[in-house]
Design a protein around this ligand. Structure first.
Ligand code: ATP
Ligand code: MG
Length: 317
């Protein structure tokens, strides 16, 4: 197995959740949290838990929310040396409440938090130089300080013969954005493994027809596309063809983080030498197990937990 770490760059947050379903936060209500969170943080925690060397370039404030995250990531095996602790600024946060229909209301403090002030510290430089694989989170590209850092890191890892994966996590407006649109396309142009969910594929290719869009991306130089389909599972496309894998039948308690766990687990399994169907099965298990547990990072899994989950949980037909 390649031992150079998988590295990602981006926001670390705490998530604080409403205990009841309903609309937003305009009245006092019961909350639960703080939970460690941030898409790149959830992703890298899952990489480490699956047993692969892992590091994150990020920033937190000198406060309990930052310490909570650093302690968790360190305990789970992530190299936390490139998480800067910035004095005089708070760790990022997200308050979330689920509506009755499953959609969500958020109050975010990210851009003006420590997560909005990532920079290339000597520790970040060292971690990025040692990386064998860089995972890019689209959400991190929406933060101006992180965007430049990520584009530089992508270039240097490719120049060294490393690989890049990309989970776009985007909304439609971002592709039209003057800064983000070109950045998203620049990352896509050097991506080896692309991990979109259904609607994101169409947004990037401008093709309503899935097969046409996939064909165009493969021709453009992407080696593997793994399409996430929520409860239905996932599909894999490469030059050899297509592999579908059904999702696991579970009761969804909290969907946040499923895509991050899925992507992390897929990458680790492939780097461990697993074939595509087995890697998809493990990745589906990582996503499904995560949604059964409240809290975005609470349901990350070790490979042995995933083996037990796969043995005891039926796949949807
Ligand atoms: P995110 O909200 O984290 O960005 P995403 O849109 O990137 O999620 P999803 O397709 O929602 O990704 O979820 C990723 C994977 O997790 C799915 O491909 C599937 O394997 C698993 N998964 C997600 N939701 C469920 C569910 N309700 N039941 C079973 N498996 C699920
Ligand atoms: Mg996603």
């Amino acid at each position: 197995m390649p031992t150079e770490p998988i590295v990602t760059i981006g926001e670390i947050l705490v998530e604080i959740m409403a205990e009841t379903r309903g609309n937003g936060f305009r009245e006092p209500q019961a909350l639960i949290g703080p939970f460690p969170s941030g898409a790149p943080a959830i992703f890298i925690d899952q990489v480490a838990k699956a047993g692969h060397p892992a590091a994150i370039v990020s920033a937190v404030g000198d406060d309990d929310f930052g310490a909570l995250n650093i302690d968790r990531l360190r305990a789970d095996g992530v190299d936390v040396s490139a998480i800067a602790v910035l004095p005089g600024i708070a760790t990022g946060s997200a308050f979330v409440r689920y509506r009755e229909d499953g959609s969500r209301d958020f109050v975010f403090n990210i851009r003006h938090s420590a997560s909005g002030q990532l920079s290339l510290t000597p520790e970040a430089e060292r971690v990025l130089e040692g990386a064998g694989h860089l995972h890019v989170m689209g959400s991190a590209l929406s933060i101006p300080a992180t965007l430049g850092l990520t584009l530089d890191a992508v270039k240097s890892i490719k120049a060294r013969g490393g690989t890049v994966s990309f989970d776009p996590n985007i909304r439609k407006e971002m592709l039209g954005d003057k800064q983000m649109g070109p950045a998203l396309r620049a990352v896509l142009a050097v991506t080896d493994i692309f991990l979109p969910s259904g609607e994101e594929l169409a947004l990037f290719t401008g093709e309503d027809d899935e097969a046409t869009g996939i064909g165009r991306l493969l021709q453009g130089g992407i080696s593997e596309i793994v399409l996430k389909r929520g409860a239905a599972g996932a599909s894999h496309f490469d030059a050899q063809g297509r592999t579908d894998m059904a999702g696991f039948a579970v009761e969804e308690i909290d969907p946040t983080g499923a895509g991050d766990c899925f992507g992390a687990c897929y990458l680790v399994c492939r780097r461990l030498g697993m074939n595509v169907p087995d890697a998809l099965r493990y990745a589906n298990a990582a996503g499904a197990r995560n949604v059964t547990i409240k809290g975005p990072m609470e349901g990350t899994s070790s490979l042995s937990e995933l083996e037990a989950f796969i043995a005891s949980t039926p796949q949807r037909s």
